[in-house]
Design a protein around this ligand. Structure first.
Ligand code: F6P
Length: 322
């Protein structure tokens, strides 16, 4: 391993910069040349390669976003695009690649491996935590803290006006942000794609809980099968017109901000492990941390399923919520 490339891909997540810093500094320590690629797979296709060193990653451990920029590349989904990307990797004599991204990025790497023999190692960068093979993806902890902070503020106004709030959080396919953040804010109900949302049950719970608290917060994951927060709120409003109901969509604030201490530490460990994995000859695997230990999961497995929700947490939510 004489020269490696590193890039960020897909939706950005807080901690990607800390991971990049670890990749670059670990490689430098082992006398491996490092090249950064801008704008994800698009930059690989458009030859946006540049040399990186210790200094190029100074003062980024605490910064949100990604200094390498990122993209969801449409061109890389085509064979033509992947051929161009391969030509550039060969032109720059790249021996190994670290991709920091989510399931789409690893799906791309897997497809690419059919024509490209250069080993890829992935670091799980996504706020959604929707990958198998790690307890926490890079950015997930920060996103939860962002949601908790925002909903605490919503609770103040909700309580002052005796209102019912539906708060929509990110998570196209996974309710993990909703579940953890919902527990953290003491939500009255948490609606997630992994479990069936029954509006009748929700209404019953709201009616039963009338006396326990004057404000009510319902956390809705954006991918919930019953629709987003607006759709569900509309149905509830029709059936419970006496509730003063409001909807807040938290949106992309969940993707920004300085990474939490936990995200900084985890992403540093993963970036460090990714370089050493390439040196040991690993390929097409994702670095993860499970029970505090680093481990590697083949891309096929990491992207195949969404993490199963802890049934104890779901049971607890139902007991504590109303
Ligand atoms: O994959 C992370 C994520 O934040 C999802 O939770 C969300 O649905 C999506 O990205 C939003 O993507 P975009 O940046 O394209 O709006």
């Amino acid at each position: 391993m004489k020269k490696i490339a590193v890039f960020t891909s897909g939706g950005d997540s807080p901690g990607m910069n800390a991971c990049l810093r670890a990749v670059v500094r670990t490689a430098v320590y082992h006398n491996i040349e490092v090249v950064g690629i801008m704008h994800g797979y698009d930059g690989m296709i458009n030859n946006e390669f540049f040399p990186m060193g210790t200094k190029s990653v100074a003062n980024i451990v605490h910064r949100g976003g990604t200094i390498l920029k990122t993209a969801r590349s449409k061109e890389f989904m085509t064979e033509e695009g992947r051929k161009k990307a391969l030509e550039n990797l060969l032109k720059h004599k790249i021996d190994g690649v670290v991709v920091i991204g989510g399931d789409g990025s690893f799906k791309g790497a897997l497809e690419f491996s059919k024509m490209c023999n250069i080993p890829f190692v992935g670091c799980p960068g996504t706020i959604d935590n929707d990958l198998v093979g790690t307890d926490f993806t890079i950015g997930y902890d920060t996103a939860i803290n962002t949601v908790v902070d925002a909903v605490d503020k919503i609770r103040d106004t909700a309580e002052s006006h005796d209102r019912l709030f539906f708060v929509e959080v990110m998570g196209r396919d996974a309710g993990l942000i909703a579940l953890r953040a919902g527990i953290g804010v003491g939500a009255e109900s948490i609606l997630i794609p992994e479990t069936k949302t029954d509006v009748d049950v929700l209404i019953k719970r709201l009616e039963n809980g009338r006396k326990s608290k004057s404000s009510k917060i319902i956390i809705v994951a954006e991918g919930d099968e019953a629709g987003g927060a607006f759709t569900i709120a509309e149905q509830v409003k029709k059936r419970l017109p006496d509730f003063d109901t409001r909807v807040t969509i938290l949106g992309h604030i969940q993707r920004g901000g300085n990474p939490s201490a936990m995200d900084r530490v985890n992403s540093s460990r993963m970036g460090f492990a990714a370089v050493e994995a390439l040196m040991q000859g690993k390929k097409n695997v994702m670095v993860g941390i499970i029970d505090k230990n680093i481990l590697f999961t083949p891309f096929e497995k990491a992207i195949k399923h969404i993490q199963e929700l802890n049934p104890d947490l779901i049971r607890m939510v139902n007991i504590l919520s109303l």
